[in-house]
Design a protein around this ligand. Structure first.
Ligand SMILES: Cc1cc2nc3c(=O)[nH]c(=O)nc-3n(C[C@H](O)[C@H](O)[C@H](O)COP(=O)(O)OP(=O)(O)OC[C@H]3O[C@@H](n4cnc5c(N)ncnc54)[C@H](O)[C@@H]3O)c2cc1C
Length: 405
């Protein structure tokens, strides 16, 4: 395998961010290796929602997205089923990408599996846990826990929320628990639910939601619960009874989802952590993508998507140029950061704000909140302004991926 000076890109972490970066950098002519601490890349459990620009990026990598996930329109409702907001998506964007709708539900393992299939043999190197790196005039040396070292022109930290690369480059991330815990589940199809409809619903304290999805081409649903929780709170002994009790506050079909779910294999629990936003994601010959610099809380449902987009944009701005010259890296990283940092930080902060609004209000404030959301277009306007408008602008700027004109 080639490892030409000036083209050597070492990526640490074979999650969605690392694999996307690898695919994008290979397509721009770089020599790439992805070092993963596990024996081989492994998708996190459960389902995810991926949005239209992410599908456009995956299509650019050669993945067939025609039967990739389930097209969905999204409504916000209260726990009695009253609609509070609807997320229409811009038909101009749909036409530009020639992909319908906005969010697509997919099983992580099948989406990630399709990405891995595109990576040529020998690129991902398992059982390589990075310990630290050292930058020098000519490049960067990676030191692995095994004692092995590797020389590269550029190091990409794609090593997730507890990133060693990001910690060494930017210091202690100051991770904090956002006071939320998520139960993320998936199941086979359930009768009597309108097709292509995803619902995000809130009671005074909880969120319970469902989206149609495809798992390996077969239809099903992903569903999840967001509940307020303290860091290190013990998990309930009987998970099924715990989630059934929460879902009993919600209108049909939510209480029926547990009936179709295998509680031994199809439900996962996550505690959600964030970090204070960073203003820069690069230093010298080192740059980061994904959770290494921006772990997300659940409301934007977008962490995997943003990690995939990061890799795509990073490669786009380096564009095959020779990486010997530090100025080339500085210029490419500057464009990458200009395009991504503010946009991503906004999404992460908006997601956290939504979590606070919906889960951490006192009883009287929550009651007023619900009256406003139930009887005014406030929630719709907030989502349009703080989420959809941003997304639409980003989609329209990705002109090289537009196919529908
Ligand atoms: C409850 C929950 C629900 C979510 N739902 C969605 C959703 O619907 N849609 C969505 O887009 N996103 C979602 N996300 C977010 C998404 O899972 C993450 O943002 C995404 O996995 C980040 O990808 P990454 O590649 O940056 O990091 P990771 O997926 O964490 O991958 C990092 C990789 O680096 C490896 N690694 C770590 N340290 C080292 C080391 N020292 N040396 C070598 N390798 C190392 C790890 O083993 C891992 O393979 C959700 C997250 C949570 C918690």
């Amino acid at each position: 395998m080639n490892w030409r000076k000036g083209k050597r890109v070492a990526i640490v972490g074979a999650g969605p961010g690392g694999i996307s970066t690898a695919l994008a950098m290979i397509s721009r002519g770089y020599d790439v290796r992805v070092y993963e601490r596990q024996p081989e890349p492994k998708a996190l459990g459960g389902a995810v929602l991926l949005s239209v620009p992410v599908l456009a990026v995956l299509r650019e990598y050669g993945i067939d997205v025609s039967n990739f996930g389930s097209y969905t329109s999204v409504a916000f409702k209260n726990n009695r089923g009253k609609e509070r907001a609807n997320l229409p998506f811009n038909p101009i964007v749909e036409k530009a990408f020639d992909i319908k709708g906005w969010h697509y539900g997919v099983l992580r393992s099948s989406a990630f599996g399709k990405m891995l299939e595109r990576v040529p043999d020998g690129i991902v190197v398992g059982d390589h846990a990075l310990s630290h790196y050292r930058e020098h005039a000519d490049g960067v040396t990676l030191y692995f826990e095994s004692g092995e070292t590797v020389e590269a022109d550029m190091l990409v930290g794609a090593d997730g929320i507890n990133s060693k690369v990001s910690r060494q480059a930017f210091g202690d991330p100051g991770l904090f628990h956002v006071g939320l815990r998520i139960w993320l589940a998936w199941c086979d199809p359930i009768d009597g639910i309108p097709p292509n409809e995803g619902v995000i619903s809130h009671s005074r304290k909880y969120q319970a939601s469902y989206f149609p999805m495809l798992h390996d081409g077969k239809p099903g649903y992903e569903w999840w619960i967001v509940e307020p929780s303290k860091e290190n709170a013990p998990r309930p002994k009987n998970v099924e009874a715990h989630v059934r009790k929460i879902l009993s506050e919600f209108s049909d079909p939510l209480p029926r989802f547990p009936d179709a779910t295998d509680f031994d294999h199809q439900i996962f629990c996550w505690d959600v952590y964030n970090r204070p936003s960073l203003q820069t994601w690069s230093k010298g010959r080192v740059v980061c993508v994904g959770d290494a610099v921006h772990p997300v809380s659940p409301y934007a449902a977008y962490g995997m998507g943003m990690a995939i987009e990061d890799g795509y944009f990073l490669a786009r701005f380096l564009d095959g140029r020779n990486l010997d010259d530090p100025q080339t890296l500085r210029d490419g990283f500057a464009k990458y950061e200009e395009t991504r940092v503010e946009y991503v930080n906004h999404n992460v902060e908006f997601a956290r704000k939504m979590g606070n609004i919906f889960h951490h209000q006192s009883y009287p404030v929550a009651k007023i909140r619900d009256l406003i959301f139930d009887h005014t277009p406030f929630l719709n306007k907030m989502i349009q302004r703080d989420y959809l408008d941003e997304q639409e602008a980003m989609c329209m700027s990705m002109k090289e991926l537009h196919v529908g004109y």
